[in-house]
Write a protein that binds this ligand. Structure first.
Ligand SMILES: [Zn+2]
Length: 233
């Protein structure tokens, strides 16, 4: 079956599931959205947050980009006139929608993080250019947001195997995004007033498990174990 046909069949299933079976849901959603969660995830086709978390329409306000990164509030990598889609979405979610939580969800096997780990750039102060042409390379400067995660992995796991280093970098990058979120005054303000919490999650695509960052353990711990490990326990 062609891709487009599959997509149209998918939309018909969606129509039946929601418009036919639950008319009250869309009656409500036509009046507006009230999601409780902003989820910042990766654009990777394998890690659709709504699908992974079993969400219904209206549940999640979602930002997806390469490697689920959040820039600092003051970051302006492209100079004057640059636009900030991620920052605008965060502002809208916090100020207008008044979400109660922001989840940054990283994942195993992230191509953006793999590119960051492989790029030859060593200087944290310079953007990493992983593409062939610096003028039209958007991935390198974007991934530079997570350069401190790579540097940390280089320092703490110099002799680890590449898979272990990649996983450590994926998780460290989630923490950078959580720190960067707190550079936005409206995020800090909502947190200080007890209206907003931040969460770092990690979808282990290899094992099929969901982990969350624990500040107490300073590590990502399983929230939902893989089916194999759950049935073995
Ligand atoms: Zn990714």
């Amino acid at each position: 079956m062609h891709d487009i046909e599959r997509l149209l069949k998918g939309f018909k299933r969606f129509q039946q599931r929601y418009f036919d079976a639950e008319p009250a849901l869309f009656d409500d959603l036509r009046r507006g959205q009230h999601p409780g969660t902003l989820l910042i995830g990766c654009s990777d086709s394998r890690v659709d947050p709504g699908l992974l978390l079993g969400c219904r329409p209206g549940d999640l306000f979602t930002v997806r980009n390469v490697a689920n990164l959040v820039p600092r509030c003051d970051a302006d990598p492209c100079g004057a006139g640059s636009v900030h889609g991620v920052s605008a979405a965060i502002q809208f979610a916090v100020e207008q929608l008044k979400v109660a939580r922001i989840i940054v969800m990283g994942h195993a096997g992230c191509g953006g993080i793999r590119a960051l780990m492989a790029c030859p750039c060593e200087d944290e102060s310079r953007p990493a250019h992983v593409g062939p042409d610096e003028q039209t390379d958007f991935i390198g400067p974007w991934m530079h947001i997570a350069m401190a995660a790579r540097n940390e992995v280089e320092r703490s796991l110099p002799d680890a195997d590449p898979a272990q280093r990649q996983r450590a970098c994926e998780q460290a990058a989630v923490l950078i995004s959580l720190r960067n979120l707190q550079t936005f005054p409206f995020v800090r303000h909502a947190m200080e007033n007890g209206l907003l919490t931040l969460h770092g999650w990690y979808f282990d695509l290899e094992a099929g498990a969901l982990l969350a960052y624990s500040e107490r353990a300073d590590d990502f711990l399983p929230m939902v174990c893989s089916i194999q490990s759950a049935s073995a326990a």
